[in-house]
Design a protein around this ligand. Structure first.
Ligand SMILES: [Zn+2]
Length: 217
């Protein structure tokens, strides 16, 4: 085209900040706040299982919502991706049970140490290993979104847990609990940050090519 490259780049970058996606981000922040309020209800607080399950459902919903902001919901395949992102975020809590070696919720909640998938250092390690694996085995470009999806789902889970318990960067240690406003701010802005990084690393372009349709959030 006759459009200079820089103008085209700027336009593509701006697309990651469409009005709809910004509104959805604000919605995500509001959703986090409201669901955290609901989880404080005595009805939920007084029941171990109900508390654990509803907290996990919120983790799933936040992961799902975050990925929806990144891809936008345009096609059926987006829907599958979004569900996968939600499952990935919820799955982090399975390691409470794996580490406890039991399905007892009490044992899972009384672990002496936080289980390995709750260590935030694991996220970049897993994401880069996936990227390396895909590159080594020349996996199809249609999977290039996966390291990003893992990053977004797990970061959202860790930040939300972090508002209560701080972030754990093994082997370096724990941070203080993440201030509540910061947790909301990071959760709602992280999908956009990733969108921009995905754009800069060419992942968005590869995604839209392998999907055959341009992805504009
Ligand atoms: Zn957790």
């Amino acid at each position: 085209t006759a459009v200079p490259q820089t103008t085209e780049n700027a336009r593509a970058l701006l697309k990651t900040f469409s009005t709809a996606s910004v509104i959805w981000s604000i919605g995500l922040g509001v959703f986090c706040f409201l669901s955290d309020q609901c989880l404080q209800l005595p009805l939920i607080q007084n029941n171990y299982w109900l508390r654990a399950l509803s907290d996990n459902a919120v983790h799933g919903a936040v992961g799902l919502w975050s990925w929806a902001i990144v891809v936008g919901l345009k096609k059926r395949s987006d829907l599958y991706e979004v569900v996968l992102a939600g499952l990935l975020s919820s799955a982090v809590d399975a390691d409470h049970f794996l580490a406890a070696g039991s399905l007892s919720l009490k044992a899972a909640l009384l672990l002496p140490q936080r289980p390995p998938l709750h260590c935030s250092t694991v996220i970049p390690v897993v994401a880069f290993s996936m990227r390396l694996f895909m590159w080594l085995f020349r996996l199809k470009d249609s999977w290039c979104f996966l390291p990003w999806m893992v990053t977004i789902s797990w970061v959202s889970h860790h930040i939300r847990d972090g508002a209560r318990r701080g972030l754990w960067f093994c082997p370096f240690g724990n941070t203080a609990p993440v201030p509540y406003w910061l947790y909301i701010a990071i959760t709602s802005s992280f999908p956009h940050l990733c969108s921009v990084l995905m754009y800069l690393t060419g992942t968005r372009e590869t995604m839209s090519m392998s999907h055959g349709i341009a992805i504009d959030v």
